[in-house]
Write a protein that binds this ligand. Structure first.
Ligand SMILES: [Fe+2]
Length: 188
């Protein structure tokens, strides 16, 4: 279930705020300057839909976001259920980092957890199908796809050389609850 959990960055054991109400999540994140919204497919899409079909199904919303935020291109990344060898992939984004461009992800299927480190807070956002989250450029964050990764997401890019992570070297991510997957995720 889509969920926002807010912590102090110095106390991962105390939940300051937790909600699964998407409207509340949107409002809460908007106050912090973070874009979070829900999109609906303009036409039904199959689980096996290729990138072109996915982008077509969300063409209006994709075009609007590109225009509003200056993204030049979009693609679809898919990690299918049961894909072998995902451990290194999970580990890659589990350390705190920043990007020089916004990291916008729309979840078409499956789920994953973004952790945004803003001032003295950590915002943990479990995103599921229908959720769009845009992490602003320069915001410290990490991403946990869980122990059994499964998601398809539309990614947005402003640079032709793609999106590059600058790791902060802070091990803060190790102190916060991991994402256990949709079956086991609850208030942390
Ligand atoms: Fe990132």
């Amino acid at each position: 279930m889509t969920r926002l959990t807010v912590y102090s960055d110095s106390d991962p054991s105390t939940v300051e705020h937790s909600t699964t109400d998407r409207a509340v999540i949107e409002a809460h994140l908007a106050l912090a300057g973070i874009l979070f919204e829900q999109w609906e497919a303009e036409q039904p899409i199959a689980d096996t839909a290729d990138s072109g079909a996915v982008l077509t199904a969300y063409a209006g919303a994709v075009a609007t976001l590109k225009q509003a935020r200056g993204f030049r291109s979009a693609d679809v990344v898919r990690v299918p259920k049961g894909m072998p060898g995902t451990e290194p992939l999970r580990a890659k984004f589990l350390s705190e980092h920043t990007h020089e461009e916004d990291e916008a992800r729309f979840f078409v299927e499956g789920s994953g957890a973004f952790y945004l480190h803003l001032d003295d807070k950590v915002y943990r956002i479990v995103c599921e199908a229908g959720d769009l989250l845009s992490v602003p450029a320069g915001i410290k964050h990490w991403f946990d796809m869980g122990p059994e990764p499964h998601f398809a997401a539309i990614r947005f890019f402003t640079r032709s050389d793609g999106w590059v992570a600058a790791f902060t070297g802070d091990v803060i991510a190790d102190r916060f609850p991991k994402y256990d997957g949709p079956k086991y995720d609850g208030p942390k």
